[in-house]
Write a protein that binds this ligand. Structure first.
Ligand SMILES: Nc1ncnc2c1ncn2[C@@H]1O[C@H](COP(=O)(O)OP(=O)(O)OP(=O)(O)O)[C@@H](O)[C@H]1O
Length: 559
């Protein structure tokens, strides 16, 4: 089926079978008098759309693909933008963004040259209704498609990614951005609503406008393309209205996530099966005779964009965390005062509950998220975690808490209880907290199971070993080491104490977690919910359990 997209621009080169070859997973297009040679790797292709310019004319194949220079190529060309912070770029000429959206038009005859698998994998047979809505009148946009550009996420590249990639890509479907609340849309113009964040409240305020009323002219639920890290997801999760239990989950707003934050835990966890498949393919192709570089698999941006256009929406499991009275969020922002240098100011807001989809933690993880979140550390992207970790491990604090959990399927009447001093207590619904940091290897995308990872007072060096093993595809799970003589047991069932000969990293599927914080010093009383830091008062607690109903859907790969 041919689909409707914007027309081929005048002067666009159309490659024919005689100039196209397919070799080693690349479409190779010979140079012509007007266009240079091109090589498009299968991993770079987002999708291919087929289009007939005019009745009676043959159809053309539009290959939409993403070019991202490898770090080595970027360094060789002097483009270090992958390591640059927006603010530090202000004095130097801006680097070109490390990604470019490209379209290549092939004539119908190339179908004979391309292996069938290429067209089967990439041809976009149907376009989701949300990309086809026609506003139909000179009225404010009523599209149910929203794009959020979170300008402070990660290294501050969301705006550049939108400008260079997403905007032209949506333009392929004839969609134009509407930014103002009352902005009129010409009749017949397909559009989407664009929100570029201007404050830490922008996404939360937008979330409150999302709901049943946000369904578009086709009745499709709202689709929110989120160019951010995990923080944007949390803002949406906590901002959207509570749903009635009988709400049809297929009508819940759906998020399409593009990984422009630092950790991007939810994104990388959803795509872990893709990464594992690519690693398996790479190791299968690495033989002594084969001297070609092993394929790396599609990049995270390619995977995210493929899911946006070819994926489907599924309910996003979430958990509820409750906090004792007196708990408050802790965040910092740079604030300017007249005549003085901008200074970091703490902001606190009382909080009694939060929803999360990723992680609830106490101890080393929460501390690291909190202490690495300064403008100085943020300049270093995801390296900030490693840098702050080095400092924290020198202190090697053992956290004083009473931790109880209910194993999955067990009765609440018999909770398990852990010993009093910890380095790590972390409940999660996802496998990865960063692309290569697999904290919960048993977690499958969207399985909705909370899993608890915990270990006692093992000291800084052992904590480091355990964290390094998590970077080795979750090899920390199952780690054991001799218990120092005279130590308290690391874990005991209530009323059933027994001395273990060795200690281990605890790993359990759980239904509930309760952490009673026993620390005096407020520095050690921070918990983390999906990146938000909450300070628990002295003698206070945090309780975590799976939420009974989803409030959002998330768009994931179809296969
Ligand atoms: N213009 C802005 N001014 C102040 N805060 C902003 C602005 N734009 C976005 N924010 C906030 O910045 C935070 C960015 O968090 P986000 O999680 O997206 O990125 P990250 O922390 O780098 O990534 P991750 O959580 O995946 O590690 C969000 O809470 C968002 O609300």
């Amino acid at each position: 089926m041919a689909v409707s997209t914007s027309a081929v621009s005048p002067g666009t080169a159309v490659a024919t079978a005689s100039s196209v070859a397919y070799e080693s997973n690349e479409i190779i297009i010979a140079a012509t008098a007007t266009a240079p040679a091109q090589r498009i790797h299968d991993d770079e292709i987002l999708f291919i759309v087929r289009r007939q310019e005019q009745d009676g004319q043959p159809e053309l194949y539009h290959v939409c693909w993403l070019r991202e220079p490898t770090p080595a190529a970027a360094a060789a060309s002097g483009d270090d933008s992958a390591q640059q912070d927006q603010s530090s770029a202000s004095s130097a000429p801006p680097s070109p963004p490390p990604f470019a959206f490209c379209t290549t038009v092939l004539d119908e005859s190339v179908a004979k040259v391309l292996p069938k698998g290429v067209l089967r994998r990439h041809l976009l047979a149907d376009i989701a209704p949300v990309f086809q809505e026609d506003d139909g009148s000179l009225s404010p946009s009523s599209s149910s498609l929203h794009v959020i550009v979170s300008t402070r996420s990660g290294l501050g590249q969301a705006q550049a990614f939108y400008d260079a990639v997403l905007k032209p890509l949506l333009g392929v479907f004839g969609l134009a951005a509407v930014t103002g609340a009352g902005e009129a849309v010409p009749k017949g113009q397909k559009s989407y609503n664009l929100l570029v964040t201007s404050s830490s409240r922008s996404i939360a305020e937008f979330a409150q406008t999302l709901g049943k009323a946000s369904a578009g002219s086709t009745g499709a639920p709202a689709t929110v393309v989120l160019l951010s890290g995990d923080g944007g997801v949390v803002d949406l999760l906590n901002g959207v209205a509570e749903q009635d239990e009988d709400t049809d989950v297929r009508q819940l707003p759906a998020i399409a996530l593009l990984p422009l934050g630092t950790g991007n835990a939810l994104f990388h966890s959803l795509h872990r099966p893709d990464y594992l498949a690519a690693a398996a393919a790479a190791s299968a192709s690495t033989t002594e005779e084969n001297t070609k570089p092993a394929p790396k698999g599609p990049s995270s941006f390619v995977l995210g964009l493929r899911a946006l256009f070819k994926g489907h929406a599924a309910p996003l499991p979430n958990f509820e965390a409750r906090f004792s009275p007196g708990s408050h969020t802790v965040s910092y922002s740079l604030q300017e005062e007249e005549g003085k240098e901008a200074a970091l100011k703490e902001q606190a807001e009382n909080v009694d509950k939060l929803r999360g989809a990723i992680v609830a933690s106490y101890g080393f993880h929460a501390q690291l998220v909190w202490e690495s979140d300064t403008p100085e550390y943020r300049k270093h992207g995801d390296k900030r975690f490693g840098m702050a970790a080095q400092e924290l491990l020198k202190v090697s604090h053992a956290y004083d808490a009473d931790v109880r959990f209910v194993k999955a399927g067990a009765t609440v009447a018999a909770p398990n209880r852990l010993g009093r001093r910890f380095n790590y207590v972390l409940a999660t619904m996802v496998s990865n907290l960063e692309k290569t940091f697999t904290i919960s290897p048993a977690s499958e995308p969207l399985d909705g199971q909370l899993r608890l990872v915990h270990f006692g007072d093992v000291g800084g060096a052992k904590t480091m070993d355990i964290m390094m093993a998590a970077y080795n595809n979750g090899a920390h799970v199952g780690m054991t080491w001799p218990s120092p003589a005279g130590d308290k047991p690391a874990e005991e069932a209530m009323g059933d104490a027994k001395e273990p000969a060795e200690e281990s990293v605890g790993y359990d599927a759980i239904d509930e977690l309760q952490v009673n914080v026993l620390e005096q010093d407020s520095r050690w009383r921070k918990v983390c919910i999906d990146g938000t830091i909450i300070e628990i008062p002295q003698g206070g607690w945090m309780k975590v359990r799976k939420a009974p109903t989803p409030v959002l859907q998330i768009i994931v790969n179809r296969d």
